[in-house]
Design a protein around this ligand. Structure first.
Ligand SMILES: [Zn+2]
Length: 201
């Protein structure tokens, strides 16, 4: 297995419920020297292409459809000719950002995405967003949690389409069952581990 993880921080804005905030998003790219998948499409196509390099992008995987995670997904698709994957329960959020184009493939819980000789398993823990998805990479010992789990606890649930009770149950059922030493690569901010977050939840 030659899969590796590349990372960048991309800055822009997040808007919902009539408010706009400045945000720094983590961009995660999983692949090898020739092909990769991009996890989320934050803010800036050129910044994403810089991390991708000359590799073939096999898929654009969306952890959820908040605009800071999907705003440039269609523009990136146009350049790299890869499908956008999103859980269909996030359609109401997607349509707040993209009114005239959709994603390509629905994500579902347990779905496996093969890339560079390794596997990402889609986990569906709703709460931060109705269609929130995390991508567990068992062979890489990590999980990409989007905004569902951060260093310090669950993602925000104060805005529309979020559910505070649901996210706690989702994290317990879908994420805390992963091995304690699983590295958590988040949508914003620093890494953590499942064990560290389990201890404080
Ligand atoms: Zn979010």
């Amino acid at each position: 297995m030659t899969a590796r993880i590349d990372h960048a921080v991309v800055s822009g804005t997040f808007s919902l419920d009539g408010e706009t905030h400045q945000v720094d998003n983590n961009l995660w790219v999983v692949g090898d020297y020739s092909q990769c998948v991009v996890i989320d499409a934050p803010h800036d196509v050129d910044a994403i292409l810089k991390i991708v390099g000359d590799r073939m992008v096999k898929a654009i995987l969306c952890t959820h459809a908040h605009d800071d995670h999907v705003r440039v997904a269609p523009a990136l698709r146009d350049v790299v000719h890869a499908p956008i994957l999103l859980h269909p329960d996030d359609r109401p959020l997607w349509e707040l950002t993209h009114t005239d184009e959709l994603w390509d493939v629905d994500l579902s819980d347990g779905q496996e995405i093969r890339i560079a000789g390794t596997t990402l398993v889609a986990l569906h823990p709703p709460g931060h967003a109705p269609g929130a998805v995390c991508f567990h990479a068992p062979e890489l010992g990590c999980v990409f949690t989007g905004d569902t789990l951060f260093q310090g606890g669950p993602g925000a649930t104060g805005r529309s389409f979020s559910d505070a009770d649901l996210i706690k149950n989702s994290i317990r059922d879908r994420l805390l069952s992963l091995p304690d030493d699983t590295v958590v690569h988040t949508g914003h901010g620093d890494d953590t581990t499942i064990g560290a977050e389990a201890a404080t939840l």
